[in-house]
Ligand binder design. Structure first.
Ligand code: 5AD
Ligand code: SF4
Length: 338
């Protein structure tokens, strides 16, 4: 296996057959799994040292017009309680985060028509004015190219839009027919053309997904070269059509994260919340698979439990400063720092 890992690390890609071999070896054999992760952390350390980047996550709205089969925020989930933060709440959340040292804010939400271009442009400008040298990242789903351009001009510089599935057939199995694979990919391309640092990614273990699908994801990201790569594990939510399925596998998620690191040495790869939801050491194990970003949730505590993409989503009830302190402690135990 060592040979394949070295080859992947040198060439930053493998043949499809070789990817299959590598993944199945790492699933079955602890030695291969450990070798792959060691190589991935080594590559991350060569690029970034032992530093881990922090992004403050603000979940601005739990309303969504879409109906993705896997997600608890889907419009048909009548059990979900919905909220939408006001501009003032979003701004003060960012300022609070700024005061404890955060320099990147990720505004994330469902596709909520209440967040018009002019409202968002105004909000972005206010955040940038009040938090000089902070970066605004958006994660607000599919919008028009004009909209993306306007938000970029207002001062947003990064955008996360997971592609969710590189295989059109799988994409169509996990989304209703009013969502379009082509539109999703075109959105990602538009964002990059405008100049955003663009993020892609997918879940591991979404119902219907095979290893071949995951290899397609890996290859699509190799083609589009995202600057950020978000890989989480599918976690079943009972109030969704996929609630009858079991959640995805953490080990396979770590394998795919490590492969992504070897193929994209310079990418920002978060240890996602899904990892921490499934395991108390999820963030740390993500870092030890080659991730180099953590995204502490700074959403106001009053609404935080309502942003329930999946069941049991990890949420702390501790203040921001303490969350950061505890992350710093966990990281220092493995020789890393924020
Ligand atoms: N389990 C894990 N991740 C999920 N997402 C949505 N629903 C789930 C789920 N049930 C992810 C999607 C989406 C991001 C906001 O959260 O990949 O892009
Ligand atoms: Fe909406 Fe995103 Fe959930 Fe789909 S995954 S229902 S677009 S919040």
């Amino acid at each position: 296996m060592n040979q394949l890992i070295e080859k992947l690390s040198t060439l930053r890609c493998l043949e499809i057959k070789e990817f299959e071999q590598l993944i199945s070896a790492c699933v079955k054999c602890d030695d291969s799994f450990n070798q792959l992760r060691d190589k991935a952390t080594q590559v991350a350390r060569e690029q970034f040292g032992c530093g881990v980047y922090m992004r403050g996550l603000v979940e601005i709205s739990s309303y969504c017009k879409n109906n993705c089969y896997y997600c608890g925020l889907r419009r048909d989930n009548r059990n979900a309680s919905r909220y939408r933060l006001s501009d003032g709440e979003i701004l003060s959340t960012c300022i609070e985060g700024y005061e404890v040292g955060l320099r990147t804010f990720v505004l994330q939400g469902g596709e909520d028509a209440a967040f018009t271009d002019s409202r968002l442009a105004n909000l972005i400008a206010q955040i940038r004015h009040n938090c000089p040298d902070a970066i605004v990242t958006l994660s607000l789903g599919e919008r028009s190219k004009e909209s993306y351009q306007r938000l970029y001009d207002a001062g947003a510089s990064r955008y996360l839009l997971r592609h969710e599935a590189a295989s059109q057939s799988l994409y169509e199995q996990i989304h209703p027919s009013d969502m379009s694979y082509d539109n999703r990919i075109n959105c990602i391309k538009s964002l990059a053309e405008i100049g955003y640092q663009t993020g892609m990614g997918m879940m591991v273990g979404v119902p219907g997904q095979t290893i071949e699908h995951l290899i397609n994801d890996i290859l699509l990201m190799r083609e589009l070269r995202p600057k950020m790569i978000g890989i989480g594990t599918f976690i079943s939510h009972p109030h969704t059509p996929f609630g009858i399925h079991t959640s995805g596998d953490l080990r396979l998620t770590y394998i795919i994260i490590a492969i992504a690191r070897l193929m994209h040495p310079q990418a920002y790869i978060p240890a996602t919340t899904a990892l921490q939801t499934l395991s108390a050491t999820g963030y740390i194990d993500g870092i030890l698979s080659g991730a180099n970003v953590v995204m502490p949730n700074i959403t106001p505590l009053t609404v935080r439990p309502k942003y329930e993409i999946y069941k049991g989503k990890h949420h702390t009830t501790t203040p921001i400063a303490e969350t950061i302190q505890s992350l710093a402690q966990q990281l220092s135990a493995i020789g890393y720092h924020l």
